[in-house]
Design a binder for this molecule. Structure first.
Ligand code: NAP
Length: 256
């Protein structure tokens, strides 16, 4: 047996799109995929955030292109995929990472406006992105990585609709894997635990909540965004060539 293990994790000649990649988990994953050799497309709603990340990545020697797009808007998804595929004539890896959670509280107080926004960004967008990218994913052998949450496996308190959306994303990933396997497209989902980002700062910056959570957490620490790179790189690369439909926690042992 002769296997070049470094080559197995290499993303040379791959084109990778990461949504919500100008800060937090998405930015770390885009950086990791870029450092592994992929041409990365970074994207988020605000042009200035995109420009800043593109400049930062270029200084790091990463092949990067930026496109501002709000994945909650169908016309923006259209632009994101059209611009990517017309520029690179390929799309191999999609990381559906952008998410929304505009509310915190019990289900009975949730609003239909928030429900629609959460579902549009967290569930509908990943599906629409994959539908539009499908001919390219099929052509080149694709890897879809959806970023869910431990809340998609066991509902988080006060995060009811968000948890429902993340559970739907787990299911969506499995359907994609089942339907698209024969097209040489793999789909997997990552369920992070608490990662220290802006999105979760209300939890980790609150001393009472943080110390109660840390006491129960086997690894006794919250994750840094960079700690999500390894699992994403594995799933994006040929190292995961037989992995599809998988649900991967990266949660410090939270779900044990
Ligand atoms: P974050 O630090 O707040 O970063 C979010 C990124 O997404 C930013 O680049 C933001 O930039 C962009 N974004 C937000 N809404 C968008 C939209 N509608 N369209 C396109 N881009 C958008 O968030 P994060 O904590 O890294 O979360 C990333 C993913 O991990 C989410 O799916 C989240 O549910 C999941 N997750 C996070 C945690 C955690 O503890 N942090 C735990 C479990 C799961 P702009 O403002 O420029 O749009």
């Amino acid at each position: 047996m002769e296997v070049d293990v470094k080559e197995l994790f290499s993303l040379k000649d791959k084109v990778a799109l990461v949504t919500g990649s100008t800060q937090g988990i998405g930015k770390a994953i885009a950086y990791g995929l870029g450092k592994a050799g992929a041409q990365v497309i970074v994207s988020s709603r605000k042009q200035e955030n995109v420009d800043e990340t593109v400049n930062e990545f270029k200084e790091e020697g990463i092949a990067v292109h930026g496109i501002a797009a709000n994945v909650g808007k169908e016309e923006d998804i259209d632009k994101l995929i059209k611009e990517t595929t017309s520029k690179f004539n390929a799309l191999h890896i999609i990381v559906n990472n952008a998410a929304a959670n505009p509310e915190f509280g019990p289900l009975v107080r949730s609003t239909t406006t928030a429900f629609d926004k959460i579902m549009d960004v967290n569930v509908k967008a990943p599906l629409e992105i994959v539908k539009k990218a499908y001919p390219y994913l099929k052509h080149g052998g694709g890897s879809i990585i959806n970023v869910s949450s431990v809340g998609g496996l066991t509902p988080e308190p006060q995060l009811g609709v968000y948890s429902v959306s993340k559970a739907a994303l787990v299911s969506l990933t499995k359907v994609m894997a089942k339907e698209m396997g024969r097209d040489n497209i793999r789909a997997n989902v990552i369920c992070p635990g608490l990662v220290k980002t802006k999105f979760s700062e209300a939890l980790w910056k609150n001393k009472a909540i943080a110390s109660a959570a840390l006491q129960k957490l086997p690894l006794s620490k919250f994750a840094e965004p960079e700690e999500m790179i390894g699992i994403a790189l594995f799933l994006a690369s040929d190292a995961a060539s037989y992995c599809t439909g998988g649900v991967y926690t990266a949660d410090g042992g939270y779900t044990i």
